[in-house]
Design a protein around this ligand. Structure first.
Ligand SMILES: [Fe+2]
Length: 478
């Protein structure tokens, strides 16, 4: 077993703890809750799911107030989870695990697909609603305090979607992607207002065989679609006898095709073709004169999906390493250039979103891989200088570092100089990073609070158990 194996061990306990043991000091201004989702149970009945991404979602809440940290966790009561609990077997199809089904039931499933609502990838706050999401069209609303699920949040206008929506600055609503599947397939982007329940499709284009999309880029003018050559013929999925992701084919000769879909619904621009890449996470995108800059954590191929099967991970097999690349699309020339931005690759990227998304920016944070092969360091990248710095500790495996911006004039270091009157602008990297870290020696996890500007440790709060490796979360200010 590898050093990080505890992060892939199921967690049964659901707890509420008012005060976690805390070392260090939290910034006075930091108040609110870090809400995270991620897989936490991979065994059902006598069966183990196949892939890291398959596990049943658990919500975690770290409440930060009065200089202390509370913690609670709860399985997301999705239909998929409820059915597995009640029937003692996997009932819904997950990312790389299907229920055991006869040919008859596979044909039947064409008319009654058991699409999972196991929202273990990410969550968002939309207006006053908290919504957990995966890549199926059934995002689950939940209570941000009790973590109790409250049913399907809204109807996605397509069969596939992403768990990485963007904020629509003008409305306070969200923008997300959907793939409509049927006799004619299309890529779609939709808007959902902060209090709305009906998404509006705002841009779309036809596609024969959609590429796998985990996230997308957004500029002031465009939705940016990176169509990696990992494609599927969706109508074949129900009868293939293979789990969802195993229907995708890696066809590197197609290259990566970028599409720019105007946010005002105008004609799509593209394809702009470059080498074959695969990626989960866009970092940021922006307009730059007549060009469009698109930064992505990419892999040389889609082999990373196979690397993350549990059997391989638990055996400590090698895992592909991400690269941080900048793609520069010149629509007038019809070309795409690409360059490596920093030597130290990382994934699970975060930026100072409120300030930097859709705009030129300098800093990104993420989780880097080192000698362990797994994600084992928190990385800050200065994209202007092409330099990085890291936080790493032996036996520690950090999750996504969520950036929380310091309020104006109340910075982590220069609060006194700033006067605390809210009138002094903060720097782009002024704030904290919140990361849930597995300490493999203690077989337990802690919430780590770092100064985002220089990665010095400000505080850590010890959780009462290990927290299985999750994917994403958000900070909701109090
Ligand atoms: Fe993701």
């Amino acid at each position: 077993m590898s050093g990080y194996a505890d992060g892939l061990r199921s967690l049964d306990a659901e707890v509420r703890v008012d005060d976690l043991p805390l070392t260090g000091t939290l910034p006075e201004w930091l108040r609110g809750s870090l809400l995270r989702t991620g897989p936490a149970r991979w065994e059902v009945g006598g069966r183990t799911m196949n892939h890291w991404f398959d596990g049943f979602a658990m919500l975690h809440r770290f409440g930060i107030a009065g200089g202390g940290v509370s913690y609670s966790n709860r399985f997301l009561e999705s239909k998929a989870y409820r059915a597995a609990e009640d029937e003692g077997e996997i009932v819904y199809s997950e990312f790389a695990t299907d229920p055991c089904r006869s040919l008859f039931s596979r044909v039947f499933s064409l008319f009654d697909p058991k699409i999972s609502d196991n929202a273990n990838v990410n969550l968002t706050k939309l207006g006053e609603r908290f919504i957990a999401m995966t890549e199926t069209p059934m995002p689950v609303q939940f209570d941000g305090d009790t973590l109790e699920a409250a049913g399907v949040a809204y109807e996605v206008p397509g069969l596939l979607t992403t768990a990485h929506p963007h904020l629509n600055r003008a409305s306070g609503g969200m923008l997300n992607y959907a793939a409509k599947v049927g006799p004619r397939n299309s890529y779609r982007f939709f808007h959902l207002g902060p209090d709305a329940s009906e998404p509006q499709v705002v841009a779309q284009m036809p596609v024969k065989r959609p590429g796998y999309q985990h996230s997308f880029g957004l500029t002031e003018k465009h939705f940016v679609l990176a169509e990696y050559p990992f494609v599927v013929n969706p109508v074949s999925i129900p009868l293939s006898g293979r789990p969802y992701i195993e229907n995708y084919r890696w066809e590197p000769e197609r290259g990566t095709r970028f599409w720019l879909l105007p946010r005002d619904g105008g004609e799509p621009l593209g394809p702009f073709e470059t080498d074959a890449w695969f990626g989960f996470h866009h970092i940021n995108a922006y307009e730059d004169g007549g060009e469009v800059v698109v930064d992505i954590c990419v892999f040389e191929d889609a082999g990373i999906v196979e690397d993350l099967y549990l059997e391989r991970l638990r055996a400590g097999k090698p895992i592909a390493k991400p690269q941080v690349r900048r793609f520069r699309i010149d629509p007038a020339a019809g070309s795409v250039g690409s360059e490596l931005l920093v030597e130290q690759g990382f994934d699970l990227p975060r930026i100072n979103y409120g300030r930097s998304n859709e705009r030129p920016y300098r800093y990104a944070w993420g989780v880097g891989t080192g000698e362990t092969g797994w994600l084992d360091s928190i990385v800050k990248a200065d994209l202007e200088r092409g330099t990085t710095q890291s936080w790493e500790r032996p036996g520690c495996f950090p999750g996504e570092p969520v950036f929380v911006a310091a309020p104006g004039g109340a910075g982590t270091k220069s609060g006194a100089e700033g006067g605390g009157n809210g009138s002094v602008a903060t720097a782009e990297d002024e704030g904290v990073l919140l990361s849930v870290v597995l300490d493999s020696e203690k077989a337990s996890s802690f919430l780590l609070v770092l100064d985002a500007s220089d990665l010095t440790e400000l505080a850590r709060a010890e959780a009462p158990h290990h927290i299985p490796f999750g994917f994403h979360g958000q900070f909701a200010p109090a």
